[in-house]
Write a protein that binds this ligand. Sequence first.
Ligand code: SF4
Length: 264
Amino acid sequence: MSQHATRPLPTTFDTPTAGEVLAAHLDVRLAAEPELQSRIGIIRDAFGGRIAFSSSLGVEDQAVLHAIADARADIDVFTLDTGRHFAETLETLDATERRYGRRIRLIAPAAEATEALVARDGVLGFRLSLENRKTCCDVRKVQPLRRALEGAAGWITGLRREQSAGRATVPFAAYDATLGLMKLNPIADWSQAAVEDYAARNEIPVNPLHAKGFPSIGCAPCTRAIEPGEDVRAGRWWWEQEDGKECGLHNRPKTVVSTNGATR
Ligand code: SF4
């Protein structure tokens, strides 16, 4: 373990600068700890307030949930119910609740906004333009996510650096000044093989679509299986150009100020 890893963590971040300092400490601590369950413990112990975990029910998030359950960490687990999930995703949700003996909070989009969106663009109007698609993601995902994260001190995700070029520099911890919370990515450094191995060893419920060519699973009308050799996120909004393909849940990773003054 590095010298940095033994430093005590500040426990609050009243200003963006304090948040960035804490992020830098946490980033080092998490990088030095190889076990996922212990990383979850570090995250839980670093904050006095609510820590939320937004699960998409993909295999990465299932791995994180398993570690949360193993660590018996007091973490608020929720998933965004966009109204457009695959049946297999709902089956995975049910199997997960039964396996871990807990409810996963479903966050639904605002009814009025959803009805207005469909009235304006049609039921599959998100394929007509990038603007339409981003509006749909905003109504069904981004706004509900913001509501679910309101008041939270930390937000855990299953983002990994390997998932796409846009995620290649995802840190373990970064202060999100817009949301006013710490964004925590405890499996940022895991490979796809490491995730699959962890899921198999721990008999974690996994969405059967993963075995059918869907490494990344989103809403049913916006996700297709990929061909061998394609990018793992190539099946998401496949009709769009590569550089626009995020739904707005995850902003581009921000630069982290490290404890030795370096940035990345
Ligand atoms: S992924 Fe597709 S259906 Fe789901 S919120 Fe975004 S545009 Fe709408």
